[in-house]
Write a protein that binds this ligand. Structure first.
Ligand code: PLP
Length: 369
């Protein structure tokens, strides 16, 4: 089976470097929040420019909750976000005590639609949380304009878009604070859970460093009600290795996407757009087509791990259904979830595998249509 993503291929591609740093950490005897985490934070911040601070945390969901707590948001504060995202985005918002509100997506970017954000604004709105879904940058310029006019915070969920750019500027640097997951399947992924926050304010970064460890100050007195959301040294050391390869790995993903787009262009399929002024991180390659379930079964029968991201939008899950404002009016999201289909995408996916996947889609159209 060709999987839709392959963290073990990423480990194998960088094995000698990763094995070396694993041994270094194991020998050091210091396993949580130490010199590797400090170095990862510095390197991740400077990857984004000189004006940033980074804080390593236990996972991407905590990163979202800690961003919100870090900027002082909590109970009663509404955060406008798409329902077309990983459940984690919304779980992180509720973990911080905030209230998610769902906006619809734009059919081209599949990211939150600025017009729908405007329709959801209310007296309790405090922030907008765009998600750069599948590695596609959201419309940050428009979103920042809305936020400025309404005095709202913006928190970018960059969990699927490490290294993506708009007009040469990396996602995560448009807002003052951004959250990233470093789960193994992500473009910047470890071999276990991990997450990182990027922010402009040194003061907020320091507050989040306190919040991630019981709200402690340097004397280990809890000055805020905190979390335990520490990043471990092994993950930090592995992420340092992966960060060095991120740009090249993202370029390999984009080359695969271009080949797919070329190979599939003559079929009634909606393909991801790769805009000239953007660098898509191509975390997932997602097409849209009619009879999506039949095509998915056909691909799986031919040992191609086609998948759904996601089978349900967040507002359709049992625990969110009829509970979140905006969830009853998401026509573009609804339509997208009838037709979305994920094809395999990871930097190590071979040319032969890509050609095999394209010709299997061709065969389905020939045999079944
Ligand atoms: C868009 C998005 N936000 C947040 C997260 C949360 O990350 P984690 O699984 O590391 O908690 C993920 C990853 O699943 C994600 O894809």
């Amino acid at each position: 089976m060709i999987p839709f993503g392959d963290p073990s291929a990423s480990y194998k591609a960088h094995k000698s470097e990763i094995d070396q740093v694993i041994n270094r950490v194991l020998d050091s005897g210091w396993y949580v929040l130490g010199s590797e985490v400090n170095a990862f934070e510095k390197e991740f911040a400077s990857f984004h420019g000189k004006d940033f601070h980074a804080v390593g945390v236990a996972n991407g969901t905590d990163a979202i909750a800690l961003c919100l707590r870090g900027v002082g948001l909590g109970i009663g504060d509404e955060i406008i976000t798409p329902s077309h995202t990983a459940v984690a985005t919304v779980a992180g918002i509720e973990q911080a005590g905030c209230t998610p509100v769902f906006a619809d997506i734009d059919p081209n970017t599949r990211c939150i639609a600025p017009k729908s954000i405007e329709e959801r604004l209310g007296t309790n709105t405090r922030a907008i949380m765009p998600v750069h879904i599948y590695g596609q940058p959201a419309e940050m310029h428009r979103i920042l304009e809305i936020a400025k006019a309404q005095l709202l915070e913006v928190i970018e969920d960059c969990s699927q878009a490490h290294g993506a750019k708009i007009d040469g500027q990396k996602v995560g640097t448009f807002a003052d604070i951004s959250a990233f997951s470093c789960y193994p399947t992500k473009n910047l992924g470890g071999t276990g859970d991990g997450g990182v926050i990027l922010c402009r304010s040194k003061e907020i970064a320091e507050k989040i460093k306190s919040l991630r460890q019981y709200g402690w100050n340097e004397e280990r007195e809890s000055i805020f009600p905190g979390f335990n959301s520490r990043l471990d040294e092994l993950q930090a050391a592995i992420l340092r290795v992966k960060l060095k390869h991120l740009a090249v790995d993202n370029a390999k993903r984009r080359a695969i996407a271009l080949r797919y787009n070329e190979g599939l262009k003559d079929f009634p399929i909606t393909l991801p757009t790769l805009a000239d002024n953007e660098l898509h991180a191509m975390h997932l390659y997602v097409i849209e087509c009619d009879r999506r379930n039949e095509l998915m079964e056909y691909l799986r029968a031919h040992k191609i791990g086609a998948s759904l991201h996601y089978p349900l939008a967040v507002h359709q899950h049992t625990s969110y259904i009829n509970r979140i404002r905006g969830g009853d009016n998401l026509p573009v999201t609804y339509q997208f979830y009838q037709r979305n289909l994920t094809l395999p995408m990871y930097p190590e996916l071979s040319n032969d595998a890509v050609e095999h996947i394209i010709s299997t889609v061709h065969n389905w159209f020939r045999e079944k249509n």
